[in-house]
Design a protein around this ligand. Structure first.
Ligand code: NAG
Ligand code: NAG
Ligand code: NAG
Length: 804
């Protein structure tokens, strides 16, 4: 029996149930999903059967074929009950009427009744979307109002129990529109009510609910995931409008200068940013590189501050679809001390005259440094040990000026080093050598090596022989230091000094112009001038004292007795003269001096050698013993007077002594003069003279023959002036000591003495005519003259031959 709780339900259902019988068939209508055992209707009653007989007649429900048996008959009550679950949706789907055919079989007699079961729908199914989630992809560029069809919700129930409406969760982007198709089925669309922006919200989540019309209604939901698809609606955006950076010059290649960055809100290709240079000078592209992808700007070439201090680069950022934006990169190059200072000599006054006053500008220096600020600030210095300094002038100019007196003779050139250092850190510096020469000024007079000079000349020197040399030095340059010597004009013994000496202007060697005679002139002084060739010239002078030394060139002169026998002087010796008594005295003088004039007397021949002696130095002749009767009355003595010179010269004289007390006893004196020995001497002399003369005659003829061809007019001039002293004192025997002046009447004549010298014949020259043009001429002529000196008349004769 039915459960008590279900009675209300059954009450309601019973209204719906209806049974219909016709021709023994019965039909029932009832809701689906009734429980097993639920009574559908009393079929026995509806068909008019006796309930008690049902059992005996084996009443049962059958199906046609092997269809399922959904219901059973209660044999006791005749009620038809549910035997199997009846799911309308399972049996009939969407068909609007769902009918199940069953049969009631009775036996005895066999009866067959058809039972029609009409299953009514119950709202037992909810609307159901095919997927739990609907994924939609909508471009952000989709316009407002665009519709997107949703998959419809399915409800297995039919009619009123199927989907009746849809609703959408409240949201700002979409609204819902429900439509029915021709079959009356409801479906939903979502309509874009507001434009999407992926960059703001890249996903929208919605829930759509489908509701059926059952009582109570059932619903089903679906989640809608709207993915907003990107549209390239954003250009890249740089992080800075201007990038300002600083990079040191000379940065190595690949140094990163700056990284530019632009972002693009779009995604994918649309948001992929690449970088490139915009309008940039070609040169800059060689200096900087830009990485397309990363935006890294790095150094590519040499960056020189001195060339360019600022670079402005225009950078373009581009996304995949070609939207662009711009930015500027300003690169300031910072200076590095990479340029050494340069020293430029703008002008240089070299050589500088050595008399330039301190402070004279000798050069202008310019220093340059291409770096800037401190790196380009240059200090200039000069080495300390030179008399120069640098005076800063305008800007980077310096004047090089002298700080002291210059002296070419001390330092003739300067090698100055100028150093320029900048103030960078580390500082750079450079040096420059400047070479100066100092020009000469004639500021030094010649200076003689000695304060005064002394020359000793032996008399009878050869004319032209050098007697001494002076030397002066002048440290000046070239002609300013070239010394020329000359004799200062003066008088020596009334004659011009040039007749005594000449000087070689170049060498300073003094030559005797003539042969000196000590007996005439013992000393004299000359002033030698040394003059340089500067203009104006400077000069100095020095005294040369010439001392003539004596030579034994004068033989003693016997004053008494008279040397030549023209007056026959006879000394009387008393017969009674005793030993040691003075009988006579030989008086002799010598023009030389000193030893050369120290005379000694000797008896070289005597008639009676033992009778007389002569005082070696006094010349006094004394008897050696008493005169005896046996002694000859006439006694002759030959006395020789010798000087003490190196090669001593001598003179002889004869003394005639008459031993008598009475002058009347004197014999012819003439006989006495013819002394055999003296005539023998004369004979020898003549022979010697003749042989020498013959020899020289031949020699001279040869010389003259040679000369004749060269020189038609020989300069020889002979003057045969021969002076024979007439008085005891020879004319040249004059005192020349002390004042050193010669007698005004002095004439430098040679004289022929009657003494022992046979070569005393001298050639005479006139001084007035005798200025010598050159030493050479002097020597030549003199050599000939000397040779001729001893020849006398023969030569004179030859010279006349030459004159034609
Ligand atoms: C100057 O001195 C420098 C070095 O001190 C040297 O190299 C140069 O040759 C010198 N110049 C002259 C002209 O002497
Ligand atoms: C000599 O000195 C003078 C100035 O006194 C000067 O003008 C001249 O140039 C100098 N000569 C030489 C060769 O230096
Ligand atoms: C010689 O030198 C002195 C000074 O040394 C001078 O006084 C004199 O005038 C000079 N004599 C001549 C002739 O130049």
């Amino acid at each position: 029996m039915m459960h008590k709780g279900l009675s209300v339900h059954w009450l309601f259902l019973s209204v719906l149930f209806w049974a219909h019988t016709a021709n023994g068939d019965v039909s029932y209508s009832f809701p689906e999903e009734m429980k097993r055992g639920s009574v559908i209707g009393n079929i026995a009653k509806d068909l008019g059967f006796d309930v008690s007989r049902l059992s005996s007649r084996k009443a049962r429900i059958d199906t046609e074929g092997n269809r399922k048996r959904f219901c059973d008959i209660n044999l006791n009550t005749g009620e038809l009950t549910v035997a199997e679950r009846i799911d309308r949706e399972g049996l009939c789907g969407k068909k609007s009427s769902c009918v199940i055919k069953q049969e009631l079989v009775l036996e005895n007699p066999l009866e067959l009744h058809s039972i029609t079961l009409r299953v009514q729908d119950v709202n037992d199914n909810s609307p159901h979307f095919g997927k739990g989630v609907i994924n939609l992809e909508i471009s952000e560029s989709a316009d407002k109002g665009k519709r997107f069809l949703l998959e419809e919700a399915n409800d297995a129930d039919i009619e009123q129990n199927s989907v009746q409406s849809y609703s959408i969760q409240n949201n700002e982007y979409f609204v819902l529109s429900v439509q029915s198709n021709s079959l009356g089925e409801k479906y939903a669309e979502i309509i874009l009510n507001k434009e999407l922006d992926r960059e703001q919200q890249h996903e929208v989540r919605l829930i759509v609910t489908a509701v059926d019309g059952g009582t109570p209604p059932r619903s089903g939901t679906v989640a809608i995931h709207v993915t907003v698809l990107d549209a390239n609606d954003n250009a890249p955006v740089f992080s800075q409008a201007v990038y300002k950076v600083s990079v040191p010059e000379n940065s190595p290649v690949d140094t990163v200068v700056v990284t530019v960055s632009a972002t693009d809100a779009d995604e994918g290709q649309n948001g992929e940013v690449t970088y490139e240079f915009g309008h940039v000078m070609e040169d800059y592209k060689h200096l900087f590189s830009l990485d397309r992808k990363t935006g890294v700007i790095s150094v590519k070439g040499p960056i020189d501050f001195e060339e360019e201090t600022t670079f402005s680069l225009r950078i373009i950022a581009k996304d995949g679809a070609g939207l662009t934006s711009y930015s500027n990169v300003i690169i300031n190059v910072s200076d590095i001390n990479d340029n050494t200072p340069i020293i430029i000599v703008k002008s240089l006054n070299s050589p500088i005259p050595e008399n330039a006053s301190p402070g004279t500008e000798v050069g202008i220096i310019n220093v340059q440094d291409r770096d800037s600020e401190n790196n380009g600030q240059v200090r200039c210095s000069i080495q300390q040990n030179a008399p120069f300094k640098l005076v800063p002038s305008i800007k980077n100019y310096y004047s090089l000026v002298t700080t002291g007196e210059l002296d070419r003779e001390l330092v003739s050139d300067y090698n100055i080093t100028i150093t320029a250092t900048d103030e960078g850190s580390p500082p750079l510096s450079s040096t420059k050598n400047i070479h100066f020469t100092v020009a000469d000024v004639n500021d030094n007079p010649p200076v003689f090596e000695e304060q005064n000079y002394r020359a000793n000349v032996q008399e009878n020197n050869k004319p032209g022989s050098s007697i001494c040399s002076v030397s002066a030095t002048d440290p000046d340059w070239r002609q300013n230091g070239t010394v020329v010597y000359s004799l200062l004009p003066s008088d020596v013994n009334g004659a011009s000094v040039s007749s005594f000496l000449s000087i070689n202007g170049d060498t300073g060697v003094l030559h005797a112009v003539r042969s000196f005679d000590y007996e005439q002139l013992r000393s004299f002084k000359v002033l030698v001038l040394a003059r340089d060739n500067g203009s104006p010239p400077l000069s100095s002078n020095v005294t040369v004292s010439v001392f003539i030394t004596d030579e034994n060139d004068n033989s003693p002169q016997i004053l008494y007795p008279s040397p030549e026998g023209n007056s026959f002087m006879t000394e009387m010796v008393p017969k009674a003269a005793q030993a040691g008594s003075l009988v006579s005295k030989v008086i002799a003088v010598d023009a030389d001096s000193g030893q050369n004039a120290w005379l000694s007397y000797h008896i070289i021949k005597a008639t009676d050698p033992g009778l007389f002696t002569i005082g070696v130095h006094s010349g006094e002749i004394r008897t050696q013993r008493d005169i005896s009767e046996s002694d000859s009355m006439k006694q002759n003595l030959i006395v020789s007077v010798r000087d003490n010179g190196q090669s001593s010269l001598s003179a002889t004289c004869a003394l005639y002594l008459l031993i008598s007390d009475n002058l009347a006893e004197v014999p012819e004196l003439k006989d006495m003069s013819h002394d055999e020995s003296s005539s023998k001497l004369t004979f020898y002399l003549i022979i010697a003279l003749v042989s020498v003369s013959t020899f020289f005659l031949t020699f001279i003829i040869i010389i003259l023959a040679v000369r004749f061809c060269r020189r038609r007019k020989p300069r020889l001039m002979f003057d045969g002036a021969v002076a024979i002293p007439s008085a005891y004192l020879p004319p040249n025997y004059a005192d020349v000591e002390g004042a050193g002046t010669l007698r005004s009447t002095y004439n430098y004549d040679a004289y022929l003495t009657t003494g022992s010298r046979t070569s005393d014949f001298k050639f005479i020259r006139s001084y007035n005519e005798g200025t010598l043009t050159s030493d050479l001429t002097l020597k030549k002529t003199q050599s000939v003259e000397n040779i001729l000196g001893g020849l006398g008349n023969e030569v004179e004769h030859i010279s006349q031959v030459c004159h034609f």
